[in-house]
Design a protein around this ligand. Structure first.
Ligand code: NAD
Length: 358
């Protein structure tokens, strides 16, 4: 049996994970994936019930599974908690504990949704890129870190640090992804100012020798941010560190239209993959059955592909999502306040996808 751990989390997390689970159960029957589901707490709901955003017991269960499907964490109820036990710590911890160093975030435009982008249709046309972000190193984890008051003046520091092995392994993931796509990789850096980026530059060039079929380009992070809104279709795969990747993957996400459409995968050397929508817990719409479940459903497609080796199931889910959108079904986030378009809720959107699949 392939064990799948569900971590619905907070806000709309449980709603979107419920729909995605039902999709996974359906493809499991259709493609004989032999799945078995378990559920545990993460984030605010775990703080409330277990006094920690991610318990040791949940980490141990995750290690025993083939894949983890996560909803989202956080919400105003926990905003004033001390930094060390905030919901986001649960997310950071599970990534670290499972050694998930590679975060894959595809951003492509569904033709039926091209109008939802804030960019002009001719610029949006053909966007199909993948941001590969290093997830367990860099400035979010580097030491020393912290705040202090020195001679009456408050100061704070974080440290950006990478070693060559960390850079090489994420670069390999990105090159391999590019090989399966349009054979183009852009390495994003700030080598004109950062020593860390100079190391990345050297290591990326060294790894590139093993991938002569992939064309490599280096791009400064500031100009990459500009190009993403001016000529997004020029990018195939982008590889970068944790901080730049965090920002650029959100930028790439927004040019495609809605946060509610964007899946992600986090992979490591240990074999357990973590799959989650890019969006947060959306407390403003939680519990109303209006959230868009498609990002989580597309994350399930990535789960099939990367953790179960079930590409056929992945393609079937993607085709079902495309079909539902082409039929004109929309959740509220996809209509940009256009009151003339009839919208459906989270449960109904999930049902429509399952109808297409069966
Ligand atoms: P958010 O992504 O939760 O919401 C931003 C906006 O997008 C909101 O208006 C929301 O209603 C809308 N939205 C998001 N997902 C949607 C969906 N599936 N369907 C329809 N509309 C959707 O970001 P935020 O408001 O900045 O953060 C809310 C909470 O989520 C905070 O506590 C934050 O820390 C947390 N957060 C968690 C994650 C995560 O779990 N990975 C990521 C980002 C933010």
């Amino acid at each position: 049996m392939n064990r799948i751990l569900l971590l619905p989390g907070d806000g709309i997390g449980p709603e979107v994970v419920r729909e995605a689970r039902a999709v996974l159960e359906l493809v499991s029957r259709r493609f004989d994936l032999k799945l078995e589901f378990e559920e545990a707490l993460i984030g605010g709901s775990a703080i409330d019930a277990e006094e920690t955003p991610l318990s040791d017991a949940t980490v141990a269960r995750a290690r025993e599974c083939q894949a983890v499907l996560l909803g989202a964490v956080g919400g105003p109820k926990w905003d004033d908690m001390p930094v060390d036990i905030r919901p986001e710590k649960g997310l950071l911890r599970i990534r670290k504990e499972l050694g998930l160093f590679a975060n894959l975030r595809p951003a492509s435009v569904f033709p039926a949704l091209a109008a939802a982008s804030s960019l002009r249709p001719e610029i949006v046309d053909g966007i199909d890129l993948l941001v590969v972000r290093e997830l367990t190193g860099g400035i979010y984890f580097g030491e020393p870190r912290g705040r202090a008051t020195v001679e009456g003046t408050r100061e704070a520091r974080n440290t950006m640090v990478y070693d060559e092995h960390e850079v090489a392994r994420i670069t390999r993931v990105a090159f391999e992804a590019a090989q399966g796509r349009r054979q183009h990789l852009t390495h994003v850096h700030k080598a004109n100012v950062l020593d860390v980026s100079q190391l990345w530059m050297d290591v990326v060039e060294e790894v590139a020798r093993d991938f002569p079929d992939v064309e490599l380009a280096h791009q400064l992070v500031d100009s990459c941010a500009m190009l993403l809104v001016r000529e997004p279709a020029r990018f195939d795969v982008i590889v970068t560190g944790n901080l730049f990747g965090d920002i650029l993957s959100d930028e790439a996400a927004m040019i495609t239209g809605s946060l509610g459409m964007l899946p992600s995968a986090s992979l490591g050397e240990g074999g357990v993959g973590l799959f989650e929508p890019v969006h947060g817990s959306a407390p403003d719409i939680a519990g109303q059955d209006v959230a868009n479940p498609l990002a989580t459903i597309l994350s399930v497609a990535m789960l099939c592909e990367h953790s179960l080796g079930a590409s056929e199931a992945a393609r079937a889910i993607e085709a079902a999502v495309t079909g539902v959108l082409e039929d004109g079904h929309r959740t509220g986030d996809l209509v940009l306040g256009d009151e003339n378009v009839e919208t459906i809720g989270c449960t109904e959107m999930g049902e429509r996808v399952r109808e297409k699949l069966s």
